[in-house]
Design a protein around this ligand. Sequence first.
Ligand code: DHB
Ligand code: FE
Length: 279
Amino acid sequence: MNRIIGGIGTSHVPVLGATIDGGRTETDEWKALFDDYVPAQSWLSEVQPDVAIVIYNDHASAFSLDMLPTFAVGVAAEYKPADEGWGPRPIPTLKGDPDLSWGMVESLVESGFDITVCQQLDVDHGLTVPLSILWGQPESWPVKVIPIAVNVIQYPLPSPQRCLALGRAIRNAVSSVQGDSKILMVGTGGMSHQLQGARAGLINTPFDRMFLDKISSDPDSLAAMSVSDYIREAGSEGAELIMWLIMRGALGPNVEKVHSAYHVPASNTAAGMVVLADK
Ligand code: DHB
Ligand code: FE
């Protein structure tokens, strides 16, 4: 039977990808932050997932404001890194898992999530930076990847409650599909940051720390907040955090916190991570 073994929430700040690609993770500026990802990497080599379902947002790379699905699931056999303006990142193409993707889509639609289906999808830093944070620079990725893109760009955004519910539907979906894969959930984006406007540069450490705590112990309280609450507390781009609720909803009620990390700032962003094992 397919089973979800745990979940990771992590920021997807583009400069982290550029730092890995440029071989600068050991510099004075970056070493402390990247050292704090090692426990997550060690846990992954212990639990050896087969598939990663990565919840991320596209930043106008594959979609544009002309056409922007609220929730979209990739069903392709492979996904290429997107060209975000300076050429695609020098990373391997990602292998998909079409059978699991299509099975999940059927179950999700059955349970009331009328998601968009993508047979072709180039993936941007929202998805590729977390892969590099978790697995470094491999010849090929050690997991198959199923991308789930969420609109956190153009209002209205999906509600945090709906995100948690989607996670719970994903848990049912993966167990409804035949297979024997160990599945890792990854939720990307956040923590507090705002890239534009009068509040550009906003960082709210007490909010971020509260979120890092409650995502394991009390996700329902985080889902009870509105999108406006997230924007007010975490900034317009900090609202990306609602994607961690999809990751968390797909885990069981009881999780073990394996690791968490918090560094301020990385670029304009409070870079956070949490690693949760499903019990
Ligand atoms: C930054 C953070 C993001 O989440 C993003 O998508 C783009 C840029 C930043 O802090 O530079
Ligand atoms: Fe982002």
